[in-house]
Design a protein around this ligand. Structure first.
Ligand code: GRG
Length: 294
């Protein structure tokens, strides 16, 4: 299967499970489940689930990575819902449609995000309870990546830096945590469900690949914010400049920010080559991410 067909096949399989494995919108309290499903089923690139599958594919094992893929996308979706709130990034548009707090209301959006967090861990519990050592390991990895020293750390430093003069240390910290944390852990969770689960050196290398992929992804996200339209992005364009965000572009300018994205991708590719295994899909994905337009 070529890269594009494989990517589509991963995305399609994931969408099917998202429809069948999660609480239905009609289940009481319906407004809450409706809001959770509204945001979860709004499409999106499903990059993090694809990374779980790609991480698993490196050295495949017997455990199904689907629940891990659902768990990371559920956490990612909660973070988007909360990020869009007026108290944070104040965005009206997400994944090509009104943000959750616009389609419902702020209180419902906060609660939908809140309810998604335990739902992610419940997925891991249900799917991997018969392999408790592996299941607990995944719970720990995801909890740490989503916690106060990674995802939430990146988010608060990003908010605190708004309007400040850009500096490289802050930008790197924010990107490494707000963006790379979830990308890293997606690859590592997939890898941990595979045959080389106990290999610490490989696990660290997989994390390193994820870190660079995340740094590249965020640099490109910042470039797209200034080069693409709202329609192309499915979220508000020129948002970073409007809200005084610290980005590589504000520090280095467009051209240098573009070279940095290229450099991070090359670093990711070097790690992925060193990992070995069935790494062709992940290599292709790294290059695909560099060329993305939304
Ligand atoms: C609220 C704790 C908390 C964290 C929010 C996700 C996030 C952190 C902020 C959103 C803004 C942003 C630029 C985050 C960096 C990560 C990122 C680029 C998220 C968007 O991910 P995509 O492009 O979105 O993969 P889709 O919709 O395709 O899933």
């Amino acid at each position: 299967m070529n890269f594009r067909s494989q990517l589509k096949s991963f995305q399609d399989k994931f969408e099917q499970h998202l429809l069948s494995d999660l609480p239905e919108s009609t289940r009481r309290p319906a407004r809450l489940h409706e809001a959770m499903n509204y945001s979860l089923q709004a499409g999106g690139k499903r990059l993090r689930p694809v990374l779980v599958f790609a991480g698993h594919r490196l050295f495949p094992g017997n455990l199904d990575p689907m629940a891990a893929a659902l768990a990371v996308e559920i956490i990612h979706t909660y973070s988007l819902i909360h990020d869009d709130l007026p108290a944070m990034d104040d965005s009206d548009l997400r994944r090509g449609r009104p943000a959750c707090h616009k389609a419902f209301d702020e209180a419902t959006a906060i609660l939908a995000g809140d309810a998604l967090i335990p739902l992610a861990f419940e997925q891991l519990f249900s799917a991997y309870r018969h392999s408790p050592e592996c299941g607990l390991n995944l719970v720990g990895l995801l909890a740490k990546a989503a916690g106060s020293e990674r995802l939430v750390a990146g988010q608060i430093e990003d908010l605190l830096a708004e309007g400040e003069a850009p500096d490289a240390d802050t930008i790197r910290y924010v990107h490494a945590n707000k963006t790379s944390a979830m990308i890293e852990v997606s690859l590592q969770m997939g890898f941990s469900l595979g045959a080389k689960n106990g290999d610490q050196e490989l696990f660290d290398l997989v994390g390193e690949a994820g870190k660079f992929l995340g740094l590249a992804f965020q640099s490109i996200d910042d470039l797209l914010d200034v080069t693409q339209t709202t329609e192309q992005l499915g979220k508000d364009a020129s948002h970073d400049g409007d809200s005084g965000k610290m980005t590589w572009i504000s520090l280095l300018g467009l051209e240098k920010a573009q070279s940095l994205a290229q450099e991070y991708t090359e670093n990711a590719v070097a790690c992925i080559e060193q990992i070995g295994g069935d790494n062709q899909f992940l290599l292709d994905l790294a290059n695909h991410m560099l060329r993305r337009k939304n």
